[in-house]
Structures are given as C-alpha cells and as structure tokens.
Design a protein around this ligand. Structure first.
Ligand code: ADP
Ligand code: MG
Length: 192
C-alpha cells in the first residue's frame, strides 16, 4: 500500500540529483527503509555515491546499465524490503526499467526517479518520456541559462567551447566542461 511513482526531470544543472537526495533523506528521517541506485556509467564524481553538482552526496547501489542491472534494482528492493527507492540518471537504463519501476510502485514502493528530459539535440530521452506519462507526480525543474539567466530547460553540449553538431553521439557523460544549461532561444544544434 502507498506505492507512488514520482519523476524528477529537467536539463543538466537543474538540481535533479539534489532534489532526489533531499526527498530520499526525508523518507529516511521518517524511518522508512530507503536506498539510492545509480547507473555504473555515471562515475563523474564517485563510484559508490550519488553526487550532485553542488557537492551533496548519498551512498548508492551502483548497477550496470543493462537489463540485468534493471533486474538487480527489482531484486534488491524486494529482498531488502525497501519502502522507498531513488534512481538517479534513470535515462541511462534500458526501456525495461519503465515496467520495473511502475510495477514496484504497484507493489507498494515509493519510487523516485530522476532523469534528463531532453538529449543535447533537444530530443526526448525515451525512458524519461515513458516514465513521465505513468507518474503519480512530476517535479519539473529548470536550471539557469548560461547565456541570458532565464530559466533553462535544455542541455547544451559543447565541443571545444562550440555547440556540438547534431551527428555527435547522444550519450557522452560529462559535467561543466562539456555541457551548459540553456533556454530554448540559446540552445543551438548545428546541422552535420
Ligand atoms: P542535476 O542533477 O539536475 O544536474 P545537481 O543537483 O547535480 O543538478 O546540481 C544543481 C547545482 O548545480 C545547483 O545547485 C548549482 O549549484 C549548480 N549549477 C551550476 N550551473 C548551474 C546553472 N546553469 N543553473 C543552475 N544551477 C547550476
Ligand atoms: Mg544529476
């Protein structure tokens, strides 16, 4: 009873990881059995913790970004009797995570997943999209546009300080050196 699917989304630097940690921590204070999961691909700051751009961190299970990794999230949650689970960078997992997280919520787990809304081209991440329409609550966060200071909804990919062209690969884990938060007007995707 009390299962719930909550999705935190927005561009890079919007505070998604900070918000995820905050929500999971609050549930821990409320004496719920909680755990955080993160994809093994995201080792930007730490291999065993979820770390936000502002330095906030929380211990996490690190799972591979394949179907076995998704199954592992399900198994650990059931075996440990977790009441609340947080998943960071959920867009890096295969589509199977959608049915697994939705199913865990059906089984009474409070699932909080944080994921990018759009890739650097401005196209939706399919996993985030599918989770959003199944969510019981959506937390849509914006960052600050690095050009004009207005709310940013998009992630600008930069290569040597210049906008990355449309034909560069979608998944390229990086931080402040290769991505900036941008509003619609200042988000640029050159052809080629
Ligand atoms: P996300 O998980 O969405 O990438 P984090 O929670 O890791 O975001 O980091 C959010 C933090 O990033 C902010 O609290 C702020 O300190 C920092 N930050 C850096 N650049 C920006 C920006 N352009 N807009 C907003 N916050 C930024
Ligand atoms: Mg994050």
């Amino acid at each position: 009873p009390g299962g719930f699917l909550e999705i935190i989304t927005g561009p890079m630097f919007a505070g998604k990881t900070t918000e995820l940690i905050k929500r999971v921590e609050r549930q821990a204070f409320a004496k719920r059995k909680v755990a955080l999961f993160k994809p093994a691909i995201d080792t930007r700051y730490s291999a065993e913790e979820v770390v936000a751009h502002n330095g906030l961190s929380y211990g996490a299970y690190v799972v591979p970004t394949n179907e076995e990794g998704v199954e592992l999230i399900r198994e650990i949650t059931l075996k440990e009797g977790l009441e609340v689970i947080g998943i960071d960078e959920v867009q890096f997992f295969p589509m199977k995570i959608v049915e697994v997280l939705n199913g865990l919520a059906d089984e009474g787990v409070y699932v909080i997943a944080s994921g990018l809304n759009l890739d650097f081209k401005g196209d939706p991440f399919p996993v985030t999209k599918e989770l959003l329409v199944r969510a019981d609550n959506i937390v849509y966060l914006t960052a600050v546009c690095t050009v004009c200071g207005r709310p940013a909804t998009r992630s600008q990919r930069l290569i040597d300080g210049k906008p990355a062209p449309r034909n560069s690969p979608v998944i390229q884990v990086g931080g402040r050196e290769s991505y900036e938060a941008r509003c619609r007007e200042h988000h640029i995707v050159p052809e080629g």
